[in-house]
Design a protein around this ligand. Structure first.
Ligand code: PMP
Ligand code: GLN
Length: 382
């Protein structure tokens, strides 16, 4: 018999993305649940990766990441956000954005520390905090636009507040932070020792002509920040699980202490290929247009159903109310929709501790037109 484990995450089950994707596979449903594109990634990037493998780039790169890639990312941060980032000391390549966020939390948190988290929150944040013995202080975003109520944030701050995690564009809602939000954040953190973890994995998936308010634009805020990115979201290759973190040298030094004994370094061929491909500005600048087209196409199709879409200004996602269709909880409704209508979605209560049930589900529209059309045909019937 195996010895019993005293669970470090007693309140956690299997992530909703795995649950819904398994159900979608079992019932052969169209999967608009878990966030991943069903269209092909960039052909040139694929070609580059296989080329560099053939050339022999198959052994470890330095623990911090392949230097030419870090240099290219520092140039990109300068081009986009006028940020002055030292590629040697301020960027680390990680196996995905989720890992970068986890490592940032593990770097700064001590048992009993508090972290301000906005709900709905991406489902890894709170387990990341709790596994470090820290406490998530949950602040609800205002329904239905999911904006931040900064007065509530001020009330949530205590002497034990160690960090605030922000996410723009936001998963699951597609809400984005404005310049005013950044100003409010600045007012709250100035003259404190509060860190910021900024989840910017959807930086290029931002619509309606809105400018992404990266923390990299604000040198004073960057001094206290870990800014996390994902190549999977930029190049439509979520399965690559490659990302990076940018933070000031003193913070990055500690981040690397955690990272070096966790994965040490990441997949070499992808980094070597990306060192070249990151310089292709069109590849990332065109993303907001192509993804906005998918959002608009899906919205047009859904207009013929009894779902009421909420506003999404970014990410892969758009949320919808279904209260004209059913009184069920969002979880029950999502499961029934998968089994009976053949369309998998994500119940938004999965992003809340105390399942705030506004009867809202999340659709992923990062799909081929045909996939969206087939899903809409099924959704019209219910
Ligand atoms: N943050 C958010 C909000 C996300 O939706 C994702 C996508 N999975 C990530 C972080 C991390 O992405 P990955 O680890 O796949 O690079
Ligand atoms: N980020 C994706 C989503 O929100 C999936 C990530 C995952 O499966 N862990 O759907």
């Amino acid at each position: 018999m195996s010895p019993a484990i005293q669970s470090k995450l007693p309140n956690v089950g299997t992530t909703i993305f795995t649950v819904m994707s398994s159900l979608a596979a079992e019932y052969k449903a169209i999967n608009l649940g878990q966030g991943f594109p069903d269209f092909s990634m960039n052909a040139e990037l694929m070609r580059l990766v296989s080329e560099v493998m053939q050339q022999g780039h198959n052994q470890y790169v330095p623990m911090q990441g392949y230097m030419p890639l870090r240099e290219a990312l520092a140039e990109k941060a300068n081009f986009l956000y006028a940020a002055d980032i030292n590629p040697d000391t301020e960027i680390t390549i990680t196996p995905g954005g989720t890992y970068a966020i986890y490592t940032a939390f593990t770097t700064i948190l001590q048992p009993g520390d508090e972290v301000i988290v906005f709900e709905p929150a991406y489902d890894s944040y709170i387990p990341n905090i709790e596994i470090n013995g820290a406490i998530a202080v949950r602040i609800p975003l205002s329904f239905p636009d999911y904006s931040i109520n900064w007065a509530s944030v001020r009330l949530g701050i205590t002497p034990r507040t160690k960090a605030i995690i922000i996410n723009s564009p936001h998963n699951p809602t597609g809400a984005v932070l404005s310049e005013d939000d950044i100003e409010q954040l600045r007012t709250i953190v100035q003259d404190t020792n509060i860190f910021i973890i900024s989840d910017e994995v959807y930086e290029h998936l931002i619509f309606d002509g809105i400018e992404h308010q990266s923390i990299l634009r604000y040198p004073d805020l960057l001094q206290r920040s870990f800014v996390c990115f994902s190549f999977g979201k930029v190049y439509n290759c979520t399965g690559w699980k490659l990302g990076y973190c940018i933070a000031p040298g003193v913070l990055m030094k500690e981040f690397r202490k955690v990272h070096q004994f966790n994965c040490f370094c990441c997949h070499t061929p992808s980094q070597v290929a990306l060192a070249t491909f990151v310089k292709e500005k069109d590849a990332y600048l065109s993303l907001s247009v192509s993804m906005q087209e998918r959002r608009d196409y899906f919205s047009k199709l859904i207009a013929n159903t009894r779902f009421d879409l909420l506003t999404s200004h970014g990410s892969y996602f758009i949320c919808a109310k279904y209260n004209r269709i059913s009184e069920e909880t969002d979880k029950d409704f999502s499961i029934r929709l998968t089994k009976e209508a053949g369309v998998a979605t994500i119940p938004v209560s999965a992003f809340y501790k105390n399942a705030d049930d506004h009867k809202v589900i999340r659709f992923c529209f990062a799909k081929k037109k045909e996939t969206l059309e087939q899903a809409a045909e099924r959704l019209i019937k219910i």
